[in-house]
Design a protein around this ligand. Structure first.
Ligand code: ADP
Length: 377
């Protein structure tokens, strides 16, 4: 084993038996590690702050602060510090409990130098992998933020400006235009609007996490929210000759959440039910209860999707490939799933090709204090 890296790994030993501390320090220093020791939990924890170890060996049975408490505190300080429990009574229970508290492994006493070195090497590898994973997560988040800024400023802003110029053109403000020219400008406006719509949906999806929606959660009646959604999508349904039927829904159904976002969920699903329906088709909205959830089944008599497609519906930009399919972005269901996740809800899809689909929206019943659902007023 060779620990002689450019930056030597830092290892901390917390054990009330001084001989163990000294022996471990000698063995691991000989391997090129920087070692710090402590014969007591509380002082050991203080040293963790200054020394900033990569891995920590903690004796489970110590007078004063117990090894388990030390483990918990270390985890609170830095979840990437890898801890190993040294135990003189290597029972399964103590090992399992320490693992639950975040220990990576355990080292039963008595142990020989090789056993110590092997476990230290494994722990250092684990540390390296966790730090790398964290670095990648941070990098990904930074890229995501940069991309959001890029899309909204560098892409969306100039497109909005182009749209405004087209409006000026179409209005004849920059000089009279012929009917033929007006038609072309109008087509440009329609395509540009579609593109802006796509960008706005993508931005919405990307920003859902940032909005800290939970802070603005409030109780609201789902039946009134659905009524508002149905009124909103009615013109589209009429245009496509699709009938929407809402089975009578109790106004006892109260949800705690962000009403605008929940309405967005229903709008997306019902709009899809219209878009992927056939002329003269139907959409049915019904509610039921299942365990601690209110469930809203939205069924349509549309074109349906094959079983193997269902698992992918809701992946960003995923669209089911088929001939003559309506235009879309493949973002609607991704938005739905994210909003439902924030509300501790979920979406279930059942579908049969050429028969229709049922999208079941699960939203949790309100529980207050004792975890028992409120008997609604
Ligand atoms: P899109 O903007 O493409 O509609 P969605 O994320 O809302 O994006 O839907 C993803 C895909 O799932 C769609 O391309 C469509 O093929 C399929 N889909 C969604 N809803 C239905 C439905 N009610 N009936 C049949 N297919 C549907």
């Amino acid at each position: 084993m060779d620990y002689r890296y450019k930056n030597p790994p830092k290892i901390m030993i917390i054990d009330d038996e001084k001989v163990i501390c000294d022996a471990c320090a000698q063995i691991l220093s000989g391997e090129g590690c920087l070692v710090e020791t402590s014969c007591e939990g509380a002082t050991g924890l203080k040293k963790v702050d200054d020394f900033k170890p990569d891995i920590v060996f903690v004796d489970l049975k110590m007078p004063g602060m117990s090894g388990m408490e030390v483990l918990e505190e270390i985890r609170k300080k830095d979840k990437n510090i890898v801890s190993i429990v040294i135990t003189g009574y290597a029972t399964i229970e103590s090992a399992v409990e320490s693992m639950k508290k975040g220990a990576f492994d355990f080292l039963p006493k008595p142990f020989n130098p090789d056993e110590l070195k092997i476990i230290a090497r494994r722990a250092l590898e684990k540390r390296r992998v966790s730090l790398e994973a964290e670095r990648l997560r941070e990098e990904k988040e930074k890229m995501r933020q940069n991309f959001i800024a890029l899309v909204s400023h560098e892409l969306r802003t100039p497109l909005v400006a182009v749209m405004q110029y087209l409006e000026v053109f179409a209005g004849g403000v920059a000089g009279a235009i012929s009917q033929e020219q007006a038609k072309i400008v109008n087509r440009m406006k329609i395509r540009l609007n579609e593109l802006l719509g796509l960008i706005d949906r993508w931005l919405k999806l990307s920003r859902i996490e940032e909005l800290k929606l939970k802070e603005g959660f409030e109780d609201f009646s789902l039946s009134s929210a659905i009524e508002e959604v149905v009124n909103l999508v009615k013109p589209f349904a009429q245009e496509k000759k699709v009938n929407i039927e809402v089975k009578s829904m109790s106004n006892r159904i109260i949800i705690n959440g962000d009403k605008t976002m929940v309405k967005e969920v229903f709008t997306n699903i019902i709009n899809n039910g219209i878009k992927y329906n056939r002329e003269g088709g139907k959409i049915m909205v019904e509610s039921r209860e299942q365990d601690n959830f209110w469930v809203f089944d939205i069924s349509d008599t549309g074109i349906g999707v094959a079983e193997q497609e269902i698992a992918h519906m809701g992946d960003e930009f995923y669209r089911v490939k088929r001939e003559g399919s309506a235009a879309g972005s493949g973002l609607g269901l991704a938005i739905v799933k994210k909003i439902l996740a924030i509300h501790d809800g979920k979406l279930e899809i059942k579908s049969e090709v050429n028969q229709g689909s049922t999208f079941s929206i699960f939203l949790p019943k309100i529980t207050r204090g004792n975890g028992v659902p409120n008997p609604n007023p």
